[in-house]
Design a protein around this ligand. Structure first.
Ligand SMILES: Cc1ncc(COP(=O)(O)O)c(C=O)c1O
Length: 352
């Protein structure tokens, strides 16, 4: 007899991308930023480490929320930091979705939404995207109308495409909230849509963002949600008292304060992304137009699993992803440095 809660017992659990611990890999599988964080971040961590680590961190993250508030021109009461954006996704489900209520999300998209809904005991439904990764809003309507939370990653993962405001607003559940997951927003032509929070639908949208990608801080674990203070106050009741540690908050505040560093790295990544996309097309791949720090690519004649294995044997890691129920599979390739992308392209042309 299992003593584990049935909700936990019956799911496989989320499997994150491989994180080899030894060096020598070209690692293009988990959408990390290939460039280091701002030197100001490192200084802030050193300063904080010499400071008062014997006491608990600021439970309401005053300085970090102020920095985010200034950046997006909102009051700090609109901001909730978390131990990575993933923690905010958990907090959202625990705050707004009772067991048995419905959470929905596009499919294929970020697989974790489904796992977290299962863990909460929520029901979930997948909203199938069209083959070109566009929304069938009319087809999704009936599910949206019953949803308490609808998660929409924009840009989407694994495809990297981005949906416009009109589509996003049409997706807002009439009896619930839309979570606009902007994990990859800083790599898009329109980096964020905080304006939506100030418009007619403002109370129906919660934006989540992360410092893991554009700010090069995946190892730190820091993200934040931005929403109407009523929603944020409710979420604050659910979070752990000290969900973000002193070092992460100091580093995150310094990172937000050094916008130029982040923007310069994002611009480099976007330039490499165009080059990678063009070169993959020349090698015979189809590539979705990406607004993120990765590209989704497929090859009509080659098995994607074989390509993944062949690259791995040369110590180049990309993400092979499959969604068998909708007959979708392909490679998601993170945009690395120019040197890393050169190695990848050279290896691929050899393999092909
Ligand atoms: C769409 C999406 N949302 C959220 C996250 C999680 O970000 P974090 O590292 O802040 O937990 C990821 C990470 O890969 C992601 O792809």
């Amino acid at each position: 007899m299992s003593l584990v809660r049935p909700n936990v017992d019956r799911i496989a659990g989320y499997v994150p991308g491989e994180q080899p611990q030894e060096g020598g890999w070209v690692k293009l599988n988990t959408n990390e930023n290939p460039y280091p964080p701002s030197p100001r971040v490192v200084e802030a961590i050193e300063r904080a480490a010499r400071g008062r680590l014997n006491v608990y961190p600021d439970p309401v993250a005053t300085a970090f929320r102020r920095a985010v508030g200034e950046l997006f021109d909102v009051d700090p009461d609109w901001v909730l930091p978390a131990n990575g954006s993933d923690e905010n996704l958990t907090i959202l489900l625990r705050t707004f979705v009772d067991p048995g209520e419905l959470a929905s999300f596009p499919y294929p998209s970020y697989i974790l939404y489904e796992t977290l809904a299962d863990l909460q005991g929520a029901r979930h439904e997948r909203l199938l995207l069209r083959e070109d990764w566009s929304w069938d809003v009319a087809g999704a309507r009936e599910t949206i109308d019953r949803s308490k939370l609808l998660f929409v990653p924009n840009p989407n993962s694994p495809s990297g495409n981005r949906w416009d405001d009109e589509t996003i607003c049409a997706l807002i559940p009439p009896q619930g909230l839309l979570v606009l997951d902007e994990a990859y927003g800083d790599f898009a032509d329109q980096p964020h849509r905080m304006e939506l929070l100030k418009g007619d639908f403002g109370r129906r949208i919660i934006v989540t963002r992360t410092l893991s990608k554009s700010y090069s801080l995946a190892g730190l674990r820091l993200g934040f949600a931005v929403a109407h203070p009523q929603h944020i106050a409710a979420m604050r009741k659910v979070k752990d008292s000290y969900n973000c540690d002193t070092l992460a908050l100091a580093a995150g505040t310094a990172a937000i304060d050094d916008q130029q560093w982040m923007l310069d790295n994002a611009a480099k990544i976007c330039a490499t992304r165009s080059r990678l996309s063009n070169c993959l097309k020349q090698l015979g791949f189809d590539v979705v137009d990406s607004q993120a720090n990765f590209v989704w690519t497929t090859h009509a004649e080659r098995e994607h699993a074989d390509l993944y294995e062949a690259l791995k044997s040369q110590k180049i890691l990309v993400r092979f992803m499959q969604f068998p129920d909708v007959d979708v599979d392909g490679l998601r390739i993170t945009v690395g440095t120019d040197d890393e992308i050169d190695r990848l392209l050279e290896a691929l042309s050899g393999i092909l």
